[in-house]
Ligand binder design. Structure first.
Ligand code: ZN
Length: 673
């Protein structure tokens, strides 16, 4: 997957939270009125898109008061959320505004839970995917046998369109709480963000267990960690493995890795020997295009000790077309570079370091110079160069602004952002906000990447923008300018036949793809007892003789990372954003005399995203009258501003709903003078 994690982090670093005037006002009059304070933050965030340092800590308190339930479906959660306003809101404490630096992810409910699955004397192998089985991304799987746990991958997922303000999503590790010491190792299959992106956060949360992976993968993880928190990679112990012959032992688990063909260098598959069977997990994979016909390259895995469990990334079943062999793709790219009348601008994945090398060679052949732009791409090139994985002189690469000094037909630019990521270079050039270059009619613009499922609309938008600015845009539907990293349905069948596992478990894709992969296995002759289709949080239990899907699930609802905060779906901030996005908001400002308890001004009503006030004067006047009544109908001089605010919120909310059918967020502000 793509690499916009880093560019996002830069944005976050730049966007230090700003105090806005309104916060002070509201806080003063609403010290005991938390929802208003909270929503003020939300408003602040909506206005400014600035991260909130204290969101995460707040969430902790919130959760200690609420019983968390596993979230089954997003829609349900959001439905519930519109009722949330009525619940007793969370009370912020003064100290919540500070985040203790060294207990960043320490939660107040951090205590071992009763383990409903792993009871003493139990000798089942449990495989629990925490993510990656209902979406593309957020890949993470737990393997548990007695008191030993190993984990494969810790990936992130990019947000969907109904997740306003969310930067990315990570797996929920609630199940591991209290079991941190059991985690013997975390094994990473390869360096794509959907496999390593959550590592900086989750490794720390698990007390920095040992990490295992290939050299490039481990260095990419350490790079991410440094980017997330300076110095944090020093807490990590790692084991570099790049040979099939190397065997590691983690309690009851034996581990071997094997090389896998994929769209990033040094991708490794995993063989996990357990007392109840051998797990084979290639991570993301494709068929090596150098192999002779009829071979998959994975045949030798059929000889492993049975029963064997093949956990197969099945994203490929969504692709009808066989990925183009790299040679063919490079031939096409070379022709484009050779014939380009002007500049060649190539958008690709930041992790495609090997592609940079080939393009450099091509450019040299045609007397052209290569510039690279995009923070994550530059970082990856440096890592690969430092490790000696790619061999070229970094001085051959020039800075993007230097290309302006060269004739257009001597310039090749490689950059990030072919997935339409907001802050990546492609998008910035397309939107005219890149610091030094703009697209020209004469440019040859190449999308050298496949569209990650879920990103179709954003990629389409960027494509449209670029088509307006340049006459020569090339992407995979026009010419094979990308060699994908995933196998096709036919190849999934070939691999199942080649490995002949006892059990087949499709993983790392949306549910429909897992089902399609299961159909393929059935077509080969596997029955339902030997195919398990997991969801996130499913618990697959393997004894020596049989496999079974437990009817209980572990918590696996998504965890959102938002600026510097980390939260789950139940989070107030997130729910508020949903309401604001769908229904808008109304602020009611009531000024009351402290001595008499009487209204001083006509109440002020401000709204955003609800109705156009100018055209709804009648509605506003009626609402004002209603507020006036609420204040005046009290038979006391005492001002109980909590009571007043709740009453205004409920009554005005109800009133607006009865008139408009909408439920805007109502923010009552009571000022005593
Ligand atoms: Zn991958």
């Amino acid at each position: 997957m793509t690499e916009n994690f880093k560019t996002r982090k830069i944005r976050e670093k730049k966007n230090t939270p700003q105090k806005r005037r309104v916060v002070g006002v509201v806080r003063k009059t609403h010290r005991t009125q938390p929802e208003t304070t909270q929503t003020t933050q939300t408003r602040k965030r909506v206005d400014n898109r600035k991260p909130q340092r204290f969101e995460q800590k707040k969430e902790v308190d919130l959760r200690s008061k609420q019983v968390r339930k596993p979230v089954e479906k997003k829609e349900n959660t959001f439905r519930q959320s519109s009722n949330q306003n009525k619940k007793k809101p969370y009370q912020p404490k003064q100290q919540d505004r500070r985040r203790p630096s060294n207990t960043k992810f320490k939660r107040q409910d951090d205590k071992p839970k009763q383990d409903v699955f792993n009871k003493p004397g139990d000798d089942k192998l449990r495989i629990i995917p925490l993510g990656g089985c209902e979406e593309v991304g957020r890949n993470m799987t737990i393997f548990e046998y007695k008191n030993d746990i190993v984990i494969i991958d810790m990936g992130l997922q990019f947000p969907e369109e109904d997740m306003p303000g969310i930067d990315y999503i990570i797996p929920n590790t609630e199940y591991l709480k209290g079991k941190e010491k059991n985690v013997k190792a975390v094994i990473f299959t390869h360096g794509h963000m959907d496999h390593i992106g959550a590592a900086p956060i989750l490794l720390e949360r698990l007390g920095n267990p040992l990490i295992v992976g290939s050299k490039l993968t481990v260095h990419m993880i350490k790079g991410r960690m440094e980017d997330y928190k300076k110095g944090s990679s020093k807490n990590i112990q790692s084991k570099l493995v790049n040979s099939f012959n190397y065997k590691l032992k983690f309690g009851s688990f034996g581990l071997k890795l094997f090389p896998v063909a994929h769209s990033i260098m040094e991708a490794m598959g995993i063989i996990l020997e357990t007392p109840n069977g051998t797990v084979i997990h290639p991570g993301d994979w494709k068929i090596d295009d150098k192999l002779k016909a009829g071979k998959t390259g994975y045949e030798y895995l059929s000889k492993l000790k049975k029963p064997s469990i093949l956990m197969l990334e099945s994203l490929g079943v969504a692709y009808k077309k066989k990925p183009v062999p790299e040679e063919e793709m490079y031939k096409n790219l070379e022709k484009l570079i050779a014939d380009a009348p002007g500049r060649v601008i190539i958008g690709t994945f930041a992790s495609n370091v090997d592609r940079v090398k080939v393009i450099l060679e091509m450019a040299e052949k045609y007397g052209k110079t290569v510039a690279v732009d995009g923070f994550s791409m530059k970082t990856n090139i440096q890592i690969a160069k430092k490790l000696g994985i790619v061999k070229f002189d970094l001085r051959q690469l020039i800075k993007i602004e230097k290309t302006l000094d060269l004739p257009d037909n001597k310039v090749v630019i490689m950059c990030t952002g072919a997935q339409g990521e907001e802050n990546a270079v492609f998008n910035r050039i397309a939107n005219g906000v890149h610091r030094s270059i703009k697209f020209k009619k004469s440019d040859t613009v190449i999308f050298s990447s496949s569209v990650i499922p879920g990103n179709e609309r954003t990629v389409q938008r960027v494509k449209d923008l670029i088509y307006r600015q340049s006459d020569n845009v090339i992407h995979s539907e026009i010419m094979d300018v990308h060699s994908g990293g995933h196998a096709t349905a036919a190849e999934v069948a070939d691999v199942i036949r080649a490995i002949k596992p006892t059990y087949f478990v499709p993983v790392y894709a949306n549910h429909y793809m897992l089902k399609e992969a299961a159909k393929i296995a059935k077509g080969i002759g596997y029955d339902d007892k030997h195919i398990l289709i997991p969801d996130n949080g499913s618990v697959m239990e393997f004894s020596k003789t049989e496999a079974k899907m437990s009817d209980k699930k572990v918590e696996a609802s998504p965890v959102f990372v938002d600026g510097l905060g980390i939260s789950n779906l139940q989070n107030i901030v997130f729910r508020d954003r949903q309401i604001l996005a769908q229904e808008g908001m109304v602020v009611v400002i009531t000024t009351v005399a402290r001595r008499t308890g009487k209204l001083i001004h006509n109440p002020d009503i401000i709204s955003r995203g609800f109705v156009y006030l100018k055209e709804n004067q009648e509605l506003i006047n009626q609402a004002r009258n209603k507020i006036r009544k609420i204040v005046e109908e009290r038979n006391t001089k005492e001002i109980d501003s909590d009571f007043l605010k709740n009453k205004i919120r409920n009554d005005i909310g109800q009133f607006l709903f009865s008139k408009t059918g909408k439920r805007p967020m109502v923010l009552p502000v009571v000022i005593e003078v």
